[in-house]
Design a protein. Structure first.
Length: 189
């Protein structure tokens, strides 16, 4: 059973801990770490690695999602959780200094999955990982990730504009990535 710290709107721990299922039933604010893996393709376009969520997931099964993301277990902070999720879901052993902090995102959504309400209210620390990644050498966590694919940042924006239900991405986080690169950061990669 997974337990999560309940947080305030500014991400601070309240001292209350609840089961993950109950947190999503009640819509409590909780912490998540989101890591976007990016590269520049041969044509010079920015691409993001998207993971296709396992068909067995309790929310957004079979949808394309952030490269690596996960809840912060009770007592854990954002950066260690981001590194753990990268390793567990994709087999990437990243170092703290390789994760570029892009900002904080507050996300909220309400859906129904398997006949049950799902209220997700998360405060996420959003990171970028732009080290070389060969998707053929990734070790996918089958219970979480069905497959991965590269998609241009522009195509991701397009799918969000179309409100394509096969993608469960936050446009605000795509904006964070775009701003990072528009500001001329890390142009050598």
């Amino acid at each position: 059973m997974e337990y999560l710290d309940i947080r305030t709107k500014d991400g601070k721990i309240t001292g209350e801990v609840k089961e993950r299922e109950k947190v999503h039933e009640d819509g409590d604010i909780h912490g998540t770490s989101h890591v976007w893996i990016a590269r520049k393709n041969k044509e010079g376009q920015r691409e993001l690695l998207l993971q296709k969520r396992s068909a067995d997931k309790d929310a957004y099964p079979g949808c394309y999602d952030i490269s690596s993301a996960g809840h912060l277990p009770a007592g854990q902070e954002y950066l260690p959780s981001a590194l753990r999720e990268l390793y567990e879901e994709l087999g990437i052993e990243a170092k703290e200094e390789e994760l570029i902090f892009l900002g904080i995102h507050e996300g909220y959504c309400e859906e129904v999955f398997y006949g049950r309400p799902f209220r997700n209210h998360e405060i996420s620390h959003v990171y970028l990982y732009d080290q070389p990644v060969d998707i053929d050498k990734l070790r996918l966590q089958e219970s979480e990730v069905e497959s991965v694919k590269w998609m241009s940042l522009e195509k991701c924006f397009e799918e969000m504009r179309r409100k394509n239900p096969k993608y469960c991405l936050f446009p605000e986080e795509l904006d964070m990535i775009k701003r990072y690169y528009d500001n001329g950061r890390n142009e050598q990669k």
